[in-house]
Design a protein around this ligand. Structure first.
Ligand code: PHE
Length: 478
């Protein structure tokens, strides 16, 4: 089905509609050809390093089960209504995030798009570096196999990969791949990759989960992961809240316009609530599964303290150990690191695409130069991260503690207070009998969501300030 629209994107949407059957582009505005097209692309964006790499270290930082509980509540009570906010904006306007906000909003709200641009740059700069590590581990599987079981040696191996020339090399390779796909548009390749990736990740995680269950400290790990200490939640809500919120937005690709863009290609017959539930279900299911897979391995290998350390290397160290131990570990490891790299690619594409489509519209340049400029800038911004992990904290903290929450808050305020009728009306389309649910959603958006997001943002800014005046100044002084 093709729906025309006066608004022209240049070549922008051609690439974004990776799963469209129709090859037409430009001035004709298309909609997703199939239900799965949209779902796959949105799941492809959501499932990525957020689930596999960031989630376990956020769990570690948040003290295990206490974090998991707050995170799940956050996904259900905040992430779900917030993803619907982005969906209604996208489908209402059929425009990219910049155009969408300019057509819907008035006053300063019209410029929220600039914030998305900053967020996109900041995320991509370190996302690419971390994705590069996965590519590097994939290559290790080819050249040497996974032979390091001892946590200390595995940690040293990670250290040699994470910073320095190696890291720069793989950041370059990953960025080149993302730029290539966004500039040229290898639609079919990405489509096939996404379709293969999600089931593959699930199967591989299940294998690792079964393996983890056989380890000696599996019981301890499940307890750490699953039985929350409510005292901890009450005592530490000020750290848990921004941590869980940042993770929830990051993992669902919310707060920077990605879901607005994807939903802008949706037809009016689609049930947004159902689609949101499917996407969230896949994304959350995969993250939770990662916990089941890795915590038994981490805790058996390096003790409960290791799980509680907020370390960016946890996943690499624990998996290197697992793959060295499992029969067929080399093949499994190759599949695992390769699949995660693909998952990271499909997420990275969605991030760069927001920035690129913005540049195309704003400066009226062609897709290729726009991609080269944006991708080149991001590549440069990522270089410091490849040399010192403090820059990873600097960017990740800024993105997750502040930018994504701020982006989501502004969108929620817009839909909840400035264009509530349009929002409710848009949500109702494609739903046979929405009844009072549209109003319930709207009230959730207008008050509880705003309150929680304001509090979360304040705590996030405070936490980030502490980082800047604490570890970061120490680093600067040293
Ligand atoms: N959701 C992606 C992941 O979990 C990251 C992402 C964040 C993508 C924001 C787009 C926008 O890896």
């Amino acid at each position: 089905m093709v729906v025309s629209n006066d608004y022209s994107f240049g070549t922008g949407p051609c690439l974004f509609i990776v799963l469209l059957q129709s090859q037409m582009c430009m001035s004709e505005r298309e909609t997703w050809a199939t239900r799965t097209g949209f779902i796959f692309a949105a799941v492809g964006s959501a499932v990525g390093l957020g689930n596999i790499w960031r989630f376990p270290f956020a769990v570690g930082e948040g003290g295990g089960a206490a974090f998991l509980l707050v995170y799940l509540l956050f996904i259900a009570l905040i992430g779900f209504p917030a993803i619907l906010v982005e969906f209604v904006i996208g489908r209402r306007t059929n425009l990219n995030p910049v155009g969408a906000l300019q057509s819907l909003a008035t006053g300063p709200w019209r410029y929220i798009g600039y914030l998305f641009l900053v967020t996109g740059f900041a995320i991509m700069a370190y996302y690419s570096v971390v994705a590069g590590w996965f590519v590097r581990y994939f290559v290790i599987g080819i050249t040497d196999g996974y032979t390091v079981a001892d946590p200390e040696a595995a940690g040293a191996l990670f250290g040699s990969i994470a910073t320095g020339l190696d890291s720069l090399l793989y950041h370059t390779i990953f960025m080149a791949a993302v730029i290539g796909v966004v500039a040229v548009g290898i639609r079919d390749g990405i489509e096939k990759a996404v379709k293969f990736m999600v089931p593959a990740i699930i199967v591989l995680l299940l294998v690792l989960t079964v393996y983890g269950a056989t380890l000696s400290d599996a019981g301890l790990a499940y307890e750490y992961y699953l039985s929350p200490d409510f005292g901890v939640i009450i005592d530490q809500w000020q750290t848990l809240l921004p941590l869980a919120a940042g993770q929830a937005f990051f993992t669902l690709s919310l707060g920077m316009g990605v879901m607005i863009t994807y939903a802008s290609y949706l037809g009016e017959d689609r049930n947004l609530v159902k689609d949101a539930l499917t996407i969230i279900g896949f994304d959350t299911g995969i993250a939770v599964l990662v916990g089941f897979a890795v915590f038994p391995i981490i805790i058996t290998g390096a003790g409960i303290e290791a799980a509680g350390e907020e370390t960016v290397n946890a996943i690499f160290v624990s998996l290197a150990a697992a793959f060295s131990d499992i029969t067929g570990g080399r093949i499994l490891g190759l599949l695992f690191f390769g699949t995660v790299a693909l998952a990271a690619l499909s997420s990275a594409i969605s991030i760069l695409e927001v920035v690129v489509s913005y540049i195309i519209d704003q400066f009226d340049v062609d897709r290729r130069p726009a991609t080269a400029i944006a991708g080149g800038g991001i590549f440069l911004l990522g270089i410091p991260v490849t040399q010192d992990l403090i820059f990873l904290d600097l960017l990740d903290g800024f993105v997750n503690g502040i930018l994504l929450v701020l982006g989501a808050l502004l969108l929620v305020l817009l839909v909840g207070w400035m264009i509530p009728d349009a929002g409710r009306d848009e949500l109702a389309k494609g739903i046979t009998d929405i009844g009072k649910r549209g109003d319930i959603w709207l009230w959730l958006v207008r008050i509880p969501l705003v309150v929680v997001l304001v509090v979360t943002l304040a705590l996030g800014i405070e936490g980030y300030f502490e980082f800047l005046t604490g570890s970061f100044s120490e680093w600067l002084a040293s």
